[in-house]
Ligand binder design. Structure first.
Ligand SMILES: O=P(O)(O)OC[C@H]1O[C@](O)(CO)[C@@H](O)[C@@H]1O
Ligand SMILES: [Fe+2]
Length: 196
C-alpha cells in the first residue's frame, strides 16, 4: 500500500478506536473557559479537580490542497462543567463551501448548528447517526450521556477552522443538565453579543 495515495486502516466500530493516525490532540477544561456558559464554573472545577481532558481527537492529516480530505475520530468524555454538559469548542469553516460529515459510533449527545443569519437547530448524535453539515453552519457537539461520545468526522482539507466568533458570542443556545435532563436554553452571552 502506497500511503501517499491510499489509506486503509482498521477501525473498531464498537469502541471507536482507530488503529493509525498522524496527529492526536486533546482539549482540556481550561481551554473551554471562553466557550463555557459559566466560566466561573471552569475556574471552580480546576481548583477542585485540576485541569483535566474534556475531549481528544485522533486525526489523519492530509495536505491542505483542494480535493484532499482530513478525517478522524473524536471522543468527548462524559461530565458537566457546572450545569453544562461537556462540549467541543465549535467552529465555522473559513471556507463556507466546505461541508463536513459526522458519524456517531458510541454514546449519545447533540450537535448544535447555527449560521451567521442566526438560524439555529440541533440534531441527535448517537451510535448510527449520520449527519451532513453544509459549509455555512458552525457546529458543536455536546455529550449528554454518562459514557464517552465517539464519532467519526471527515471534511475537505481546505475547510479551515474559525473559532473567533464562537469564542466571542458562543452558540445561540446551550445544553444544561437541569434536574438530570438535557435542557436547551438561550445563551445570554449570544444575545448580548448580537446587541452590541
Ligand atoms: O475543533 P473543535 O470545534 O474543538 O471540535 C473538534 C471536532 O471538530 C473537528 O475540528 C472537525 O470539525 C474535529 O477535529 C473534531 O471532531
Ligand atoms: Fe468542522
Amino acid at each position: 500500500m502506497n500511503k501517499n495515495e491510499f489509506i486503509s486502516i482498521k477501525f473498531d466500530l464498537v469502541n471507536g478506536l482507530i488503529q493509525w493516525y498522524t496527529r492526536k490532540y486533546h482539549i482540556k477544561l481550561s481551554e473551554l473557559r471562553d466557550y463555557a456558559y459559566d466560566s466561573n464554573e471552569v475556574d471552580k472545577l480546576i481548583m477542585e479537580k485540576g485541569d483535566y481532558v474534556i475531549y481528544e481527537v485522533y486525526e489523519i492529516e492530509r495536505p491542505v490542497v483542494e480535493g484532499e480530505m482530513i478525517f478522524g475520530v473524536t471522543r468527548i468524555f462524559p461530565g458537566v462543567i457546572g450545569q453544562e454538559y461537556n462540549f467541543t469548542r465549535g467552529h465555522y469553516h473559513v471556507n463556507k463551501m466546505a461541508g463536513e460529515i459526522y458519524v456517531g459510533i458510541k454514546g449519545c449527545g447533540l450537535m448544535l448548528l447555527q449560521d451567521l443569519q442566526g438560524n439555529f437547530f440541533t440534531e441527535v448524535l448517537e451510535r448510527g447517526s449520520l449527519i451532513y453539515i453544509p459549509g455555512k453552519y458552525a457546529h458543536r457537539v455536546v455529550n449528554t450521556c454518562d459514557e464517552d461520545l465517539v464519532f467519526l468526522f471527515a471534511y475537505p482539507a481546505i475547510a479551515g477552522h474559525d473559532y473567533e466568533l464562537i469564542k466571542k458570542c458562543g452558540f445561540k443556545k446551550v445544553v444544561l443538565n437541569i434536574e438530570g435532563k438535557p435542557t436547551i436554553i438561550d445563551n445570554p452571552k449570544y444575545n448580548k453579543c448580537k446587541q452590541s
